[in-house]
Design a binder for this molecule. Structure first.
Ligand code: GLU
Length: 501
């Protein structure tokens, strides 16, 4: 039997989850579910300086909202817990020691000043200082001082770090599910810090130890972690552990120009880059949820940022994504973020909602505007306008005339109000007054018959009629509006237009 698929999303709680992080979580989720595996969430908070209160809760809430909550995490099926690295602090030291004992790591006592001097010295010669095999035996490390001296310094409480002793002159051959075979020269690596004398591991050590202990089968993460892959592969080897498989996802790129999508792009072009609102003292960074995106639409959109199933299909439920997802079909090249497509997806999900549900979502907006409208009417209105909406938040602007008579008339459209118009509108009132079966189709038939019989041109009536009811030449089918607002209101509005225009 092959190993159980166990994948993780391992964010650092340094702020709100960026949309790129959400996509990483989603691809992990899809891969886990596709392979009847486990998707877990581990909080990587070993860097206390970058810890932001609230970020962890935000991440959990975002995944819940999106419908891709982890199977295991803090407070949920803690099979390999704790799932917060700061609570695993006591675990890491022994692994750092193990690497020291096997000759794969060493203590370094260099002070910040000493390192600064060494760096400047190299720079004066036009070189860049890299802490590696070139100089590790010239610096203040346990590689050159005696074991006794090392032990004494540690016992005395000298500050130290434990660094990885990168092997020299080796070409590393690695494999990435998305990128294929990758080669790397170990001489180009620096000896990364794994552990600090404050008792905290660095990201690299904690990440590898935890992925091992939590039986991670595949590491699926953003491309920005590809440069760490050689070190990680070397760490697994140094521990004598089987490494998981790796897949580095393409970056999400700016809509226009080159480079990684940033919050600034979103601010500039008016789209969110965070799943939920993120509030700080400086203000609110808007989220997909609060902007009125459906979680299903965000998921669908993100799934196609860097992946497709080889067909033209664009609309997928989460279940369909799970069934179709294939890591080896993830693209290598960066995926351009398209804000229009993002909205298009939301429109697709909006029209799929039941009118009753959309009416429920619209009702609070109406209430806020001071309207108490029967559920039937709201449902009907919603059914008439949703084809052109991306968000429920647009409903009011698209439908205000259903609830309130126009208070002004669009200037350009008013040009259609001619000399003969008031008389025609007066006649129209008489026609409307007589209609008993006040349904859209019947009203339309009667009004059009009247126009045909009297040889009145369509434009002569229809445009001023719409202007009277809506205040502009916009909105859904005119006779649908007439039906919803009713006979009296229709007549009132025409009279008002005659008096005003
Ligand atoms: N803590 C890292 C992050 O913030 C995890 C990277 C990884 O998945 O290895 O993304």
């Amino acid at each position: 039997m092959s190993k159980q698929v166990r994948v993780r999303f391992a964010p650092s709680p340094t702020g709100p989850l960026h949309i790129g992080g959400v996509r990483t979580a989603l691809f992990n989720y899809l891969f886990a579910k596709k392979n009847n595996g486990v998707f877990f969430l581990r909080i990587e908070d070993t860097d206390q300086n970058r810890y932001v209160p609230g970020a962890e809760e935000y991440i959990m809430e975002a995944l819940e909202w999106l419908g891709i909550a982890p199977d295991e995490t803090i407070g949920k099926n803690e099979k390999f817990g704790p799932y917060r690295q700061s609570e695993r602090k006591h675990l890491y030291k022994q692994y750092a020691d193990q690497l020291i004992n096997s000759g794969n790591a060493y203590y370094a006592f260099d002070t910040a000043e000493a390192l600064d001097t060494a760096r400047k010295l190299e720079e004066e010669q036009g070189k860049t200082f890299i802490y590696n095999h070139h100089n590790r035996e010239k610096l203040d490390t346990s590689l050159i001082i005696s074991t006794e001296e090392t032990a004494k310094r540690i016992a005395d409480g000298s500050a130290y770090v434990i660094r990885f002793k990168t092997p020299v002159n080796e070409t590393l051959h690695m494999h990435d599910i998305i990128r294929g075979d990758v080669k790397f020269e170990t001489n180009l690596l620096d000896d990364k810090v794994l552990f600090k004398s404050d008792g905290m591991p660095t990201y690299h050590l904690a990440n590898i130890v935890d992925d091992h202990l939590m039986e991670t089968s595949h590491v699926i993460r953003g491309e920005e972690w590809l440069p760490s892959l050689p070190l990680h592969v070397l760490l697994y080897r140094a521990f004598g552990w089987e490494a998981p498989e790796f897949a580095h996802l393409p970056l999400i790129m700016k809509p226009i120009g080159n480079g990684k999508l940033s919050k600034r792009d979103g601010d500039k072009m008016g789209f969110p880059v965070f799943p939920l609102d993120w509030k700080t003292e400086e203000g609110v960074s808007s989220g997909y949820r609060e902007k009125g995106f459906f979680p299903e639409s965000v998921i669908n959109f993100l799934a196609l940022l860097g992946w497709n199933d080889g067909t033209e299909k664009e609309l997928y439920t989460l279940e369909e994504l799970v069934a179709a997802f294939d890591l080896s079909r993830v693209h290598k090249a960066g995926a351009k973020f398209d804000p229009e497509k993002n909205k298009w997806f939301n429109h697709q999900y909006l029209v799929k909602q039941k009118d009753e549900d959309l009416a429920k979502a619209f009702a609070p907006i109406l209430a806020e505007k001071g309207f108490t409208v029967s559920e039937n009417i709201v449902t009907k209105v919603v059914s008439l306008i949703k084809e052109r909406a991306h968000f429920v938040s647009e409903f009011w602007e698209m439908s205000d005339f259903f609830f309130v008579a126009p208070t002004s008339y669009d200037e350009k459209a008013s040009k259609n109000w001619k000399e003969e118009t008031p008389a025609l509108m007066q006649e129209l009132i008489s026609v409307v007054e007589e209609i008993t079966d006040f349904t859209s189709m019947n009203i339309e038939t009667i009004v059009k018959d009247w126009m045909t019989k009297n040889e009145i041109g369509m434009g002569k009536v229809m445009q001023p009629f719409r202007l009277s009811l809506v205040g502009a030449l916009k909105g859904p089918h005119l006779f649908d509006i007439v039906e919803v607002i009713g006979k009296d209101e229709t007549i009132n509005r025409i009279q008002k237009a005659i008096a005003t225009l």
